[in-house]
Design a protein. Structure first.
Length: 251
């Protein structure tokens, strides 16, 4: 029993002098942000700004496009169900968010100017003057349609910019974080978790911020682009229909 007793004593002494193994530190998402370097934090702030602006644009453009759709449908129903252009014009004054109604207003105002000038009164055949008057109405409606399209598309390109640049900005933060990890390994002489965690954590957070800013922006950009294309087609179709009506009834 004596040898066994000696072994027990040696094991107890070895456990007493051996250092305790370090506890594995808890590393959360917020801890990774706090441990990130100055350049990585600057990248995170930039990406956060892109994300906030993108979400604000998404909210306001969604409301604007939704209202434009609703009022355009209301205007078209009123236009095709009414027999008098002056009544339609009065109705269009309450539908200012509809690009189609604004195109009609431009054409109606130009038509009223032509009728007031008396250029087309008493003429039954299509003359050069009639063709010039029709082209004048068409140009007025085309200018208004272009202005309305520009207004609807305002700020939407920023979503495309965010979707294309945010991942690369996040990748820049990722590269900086990995470089910081290599520098920490070189300074400490070993590659344990405490050495590489701050740099790697900041790198992964930068990547996540870049994706968080880019993905909603790309989805929203494609959504608004399809809706704006529909409104553009509606304005073009209405312009053609209105010109045909004007040509048939006034020239």
């Amino acid at each position: 029993m004596q040898p066994i007793r000696v072994i027990e004593v040696m094991l107890s002494q070895s456990a007493a002098v051996s250092p305790t193994s370090p506890a594995v530190p808890e590393y959360s998402f917020w801890q990774a942000i706090m441990d990130a370097g100055m350049i990585e934090k600057a990248v995170l702030v930039i990406l956060l700004g892109f994300s906030v602006i993108s979400w604000a644009i998404i909210y306001f453009k969604w409301r604007g496009v939704k209202r434009a759709y609703r009022e355009s449908e209301t205007f078209l129903d009123s236009f095709w169900n009414s027999k008098r252009l002056d009544a339609i014009y009065q109705r269009s004054e309450t539908l200012s968010a509809s690009p189609v109604s604004q195109v009609f207003r431009a054409g109606y105002i130009e038509l009223a100017k032509i009728k007031k000038s008396g250029k087309s009164e008493g003429e039954k055949a299509v003359t050069e003057t009639d063709i010039g008057d029709l082209e004048s109405i068409e140009r007025s409606m085309r200018r208004t349609a272009a202005a309305e399209l520009t207004s609807i598309e305002a700020l939407v390109p920023f979503l495309a910019t965010t979707g294309s640049t945010a991942p690369f900005i996040g990748l820049f933060g990722t590269v900086i974080g990995i470089m910081n990890s290599f520098q920490s390994i070189g300074a400490a002489g070993n590659a344990n978790l405490a050495t590489v965690a701050p740099g790697i954590g900041g790198a992964l957070v930068a990547t996540a911020f870049g994706l968080f800013a880019a993905i909603p922006a790309v989805i929203a950009y494609n959504f608004f682009l399809s809706k704006i294309r529909v409104l553009d087609i509606e304005m073009q179709n209405f312009s053609s229909d209105f010109l045909n009506i004007v040509k048939r009834h006034f020239f």
